[in-house]
Design a protein around this ligand. Structure first.
Ligand SMILES: Cc1cc2nc3c(=O)[nH]c(=O)nc-3n(C[C@H](O)[C@H](O)[C@H](O)COP(=O)(O)O)c2cc1C
Length: 307
């Protein structure tokens, strides 16, 4: 099967090495591998024009395509071709890197499978590969010696697999890269990367079985059972909790001095990592967003801001 490894790090540094280490394992397992570094491509930021989503709703030709002229279609095509996607991005300013987030925005609404599925069903000219199953692994390399300097990195990497409906089966947050200079002589983390690759190979071996393919194979833990992260928003003055990655609500409790959040099966099923969760959001956009023609006296209201 086809495995794409996409690095967002410096040439031959931590992210590149994690991706290449994993790809070598997957090659040994008989898969076709492709390595790319996003820094080698001209990827401009999303301007927010929403031509991509509007074209899908209006049934235009080549719908869902971005109108910006740059190298994005090269990365888009590589992801569309892949059965498995390995992503590794540096931790910058406690979160993922700007370039990674730029790709999230460019892949975001335009590739959201709930929009694309509806368009395909209506006979709109959309890339048919959009609805293919894909498995994914997320990796981040942080220079910091203190783990909490990496806290938002993996959570902010999630929107890319989320939009495409890719099954995230394993995650690695590597930190302390400065202390090691480079991951290349850190045998423990390289071993963990090889395990991640084996987990991807296992998901590919079970590709046709929806439950087995999407099985979580990463480390135990994480307060959220869907994304396995600990990024919990305390809402309603402390009466409830929400997973910031999945957008699902849980009940807070203390058990043996430990904070627990229980998410019902119903809530887990509407995580934005699931198709149902994305459909909830795209339906909200399609039915409840007010267009400019619904704002009375729009031209006059805008007048005082035209300076
Ligand atoms: C702009 C910038 C911000 C950074 N912020 C953090 C940070 O908040 N936490 C952290 O662990 N490392 C931080 N680092 C260090 C990088 O995560 C580290 O150099 C990492 O190894 C980069 O990945 P690469 O080696 O694949 O290029 C930062 C580096 C830069 C250049």
């Amino acid at each position: 099967m086809k495995v794409l490894g996409l690095s967002f790090g410096r040439k031959l540094m931590n992210c590149d090495i994690m991706i290449k280490e994993a790809l070598m394992v997957l090659k040994e397992r008989g898969h076709e591998i492709k390595f790319m570094n996003a820094n080698d491509y001209d990827i401009k930021p999303c301007t927010g024009c929403i031509a991509c989503t509007v074209s899908m709703m209006m049934g235009a030709k080549n719908a869902g395509r971005c109108v910006i002229k740059d190298d994005f279609p090269i990365i888009d095509d590589a992801i569309m071709e892949a059965d498995a996607v390995l992503l590794a991005a540096p931790t910058f300013e406690v979160a993922t890197s700007g370039l990674y987030r730029t790709l999230c925005d460019r892949m975001g609404p335009s590739h959201d499978i709930s929009f694309r599925k509806a368009a395909i069903e209506e006979g709109v000219d959309v890339d048919k590969r959009s609805l293919k199953h894909r498995v994914c692994a997320l990796m981040s390399a942080g220079g910091a010696i203190t783990k909490n300097w990496t806290d938002l990195a993996i959570p902010t990497m999630y929107p890319l697999p989320m939009s495409l409906g890719m099954d995230v089966v394993d995650i690695i947050q590597y930190y302390g890269a400065m202390a090691h200079h480079s991951i290349v002589h850190n045998t423990e983390i390289l071993e963990r990367v090889r395990l991640l690759a084996a987990n991807i190979a296992d998901a590919l071996d079970n590709f046709e079985d929806d439950d087995k393919r999407s099985l979580w194979r990463g480390d135990e833990g994480g307060l959220c059972p869907v994304c396995h992260q600990n990024l919990i928003n305390i809402i309603e003055d402390g009466a409830a909790a929400e997973c910031a990655v999945c957008g699902i609500r849980g009940e807070l409790s203390m058990e043996n001095g430990k904070l627990k959040v229980s998410f019902s099966d119903k809530e887990q099923a509407r995580s934005r990592l699931t198709f149902a969760g994305k459909l909830e959001h795209s339906t909200e956009i399609k039915t409840r967003a007010a267009g400019p023609d619904q704002i009375p006296d729009l031209k006059a209201r805008l007048e005082k801001y035209r300076w």
